[in-house]
Design a protein. Sequence first.
Length: 315
Amino acid sequence: MKKIGIIFGMEDTFPGAVVARINDMKAPGVSAEFVKIGGIKMAEPSGYRVIIDRISHDIAFYRAYLKNAVLGGTIVINNPFWWGADDKFFNYALASRIGIAVPRTVILPHKQHPPGTTDRSMRNLIYPLNWDEIFSYIGFPAFLKPFSGGGWKNVYHVHSPEELFSCYDETGDLCMTLQQAIDFDEYFRCYVVGQEKVHVMWYDPRQPHHNRYVKNPPPIEPKKYERIVSDALKLCRALGYDLNTVEFAMQDGLPYAIDFLNPAPDADYNSVGPQNFEWIVNAVAELAVKKALSKEQPAEDYHWSVFLRGGKTKR
């Protein structure tokens, strides 16, 4: 039996729907269930062929469990090693290198010293910063937001240096980015699954959370749709994510990639609506079954895989 597990936190609708859909598919030798975890013995296989991860970004214990599971041959959606190393500032830099339109972005030093450090820890840091150079590059209005994070937490829309400094003072020891604001007239959020399937949704980030997914949206112009799908796939293939959302803000007909580090994207029925929910449940269930039946061996992707086979490294 090839078991598929899902590990999750406070969400209610998506995990159960995915488990039910996988079991309803009745793929030979495949079943799905919620993962149950106790004390984890090192190097012990998890017993799962595939695990869908919805929570380890918030809980270090689960992240350690998933890394150990990969060592034992489990396929994890999404890869916990890459996800744990990734950040949004790197994403923007990578996107710009592969030809995706992104807003101009600068990473800023922590406003307050991180725990356990002092001003002596910052002796490589230019002080004061050349704020005029930064403002000339970014312009106003702009967004001040964490270099890694989600859920629109600690995000500030600033319109002047004075407003920026006031908000920056509130960020404590968070590492922040300052980013050019795109004056968009259309905005899209895309589910990308298996680096193959893309579901484009009209989205309005200016609305309250429960109203952001646009109901009864108009059709998307074919050329615009093709560019959005192409850019979304290009990003997720470059980043290696099998489940992600990519957000695009349209300005002067050009899609700017705004946010594409969402490896545990919102998939709640009450938030995304019935049609989007149906699509993402089906797509993730199909991906999990496909991977469960594949010959993929995730541990072979790492340099230390040679030790699992008892071989010797080549130099």
